[in-house]
Design a binder for this molecule. Sequence first.
Ligand code: CUA
Length: 346
Amino acid sequence: MTRPPARLPAARRSAARRGAVIAGPLVAALVLSACDKSHRQTTLNPQGPIAHKLANLFNPVFWIAVVVFVLVEGLIAFAVIKYRSRSDDDRPVQIHGNTRLEITWTILPAVTLAFVGFFTVKTVFEVNKIPKNAMAITVTGHRWWWEYDYPGLGVKTATEMHIPVGEPINLSITSFDVIHNFWPPALAGKVYAIPGRHNHMLIQADHPDTYYGQCAEYCGLSHANMHLRIIAETPADFQAWVQQQQATAAVPADGTDAALGRTLFQQKGCAGCHTINGFTAGTVGPNLTHLQSRSVFAGAIFDMTPNNLRTWLRNPPGAKPGSVMPNLHLVEDEITKLVAYLETLK
Ligand code: CUA
């Protein structure tokens, strides 16, 4: 029987070494970048009691995994080096079974897993215990934006969710079309948004801030453009926001560009998909009644500026691939009037 050569030829050996020299630091940089706690979508910087519960489970389990990894890899490396074949007729001692070792490597992992399992199940129950007084928000995933409905308050908005700090919020998560996944890493974990189902997620923020998130389930062309923001504010600021959202939609004065834009909004079919409270009643696109109260639009890929609205209206699928909103082939003058109208929706 022929054996493969024990060593690589010198040229291939040095190429392999060069590859390792280049790839090593790259891989290390990639791994370390995942630990950057300043990243706005990091899971390692919990900002509320639910996120803290998850972190308190993750951190010890991570270090247990590190110990297991170092132990197992160390033993493998030790065995590979110490018991390597030194010549062609080197044969290891043939043994069969070792009761003491087998019992050890069965019991140790079983005890470790039982320990991790106990705290995992405990945490799962804790983060799913929804307090009776929790404020309810229905979250609906759409391709490719998030809709937020506050049933107790009669408020419907998109992309940016407002919540009061220090209060538990019960999110009821569903989908309008395909499966999405709601993921605000600083406040909680991930929960699937599934058509015809309502999954629950409890969130609570400690400090007023804007918390970033992302759809975490591949849902088509613009999955990566399906961002979300949770704006946690003081109870007073939150109340002010609610009152603003409950106000009726602006109606521009006759003869202005904005008034002509309002007419175009119906003529061009916008009204078929978008609701403006008291004016139109579409359910396919986001509610635009208070569009200008949001700082971003179109899945949070655009800042809310007149120029960005122009870019968007010119060709939505060009700006956000696969966009359900079609290119309406508007002429520049129509875009000017529509943007003038959208600018009044404060
Ligand atoms: Cu929605 Cu990915």
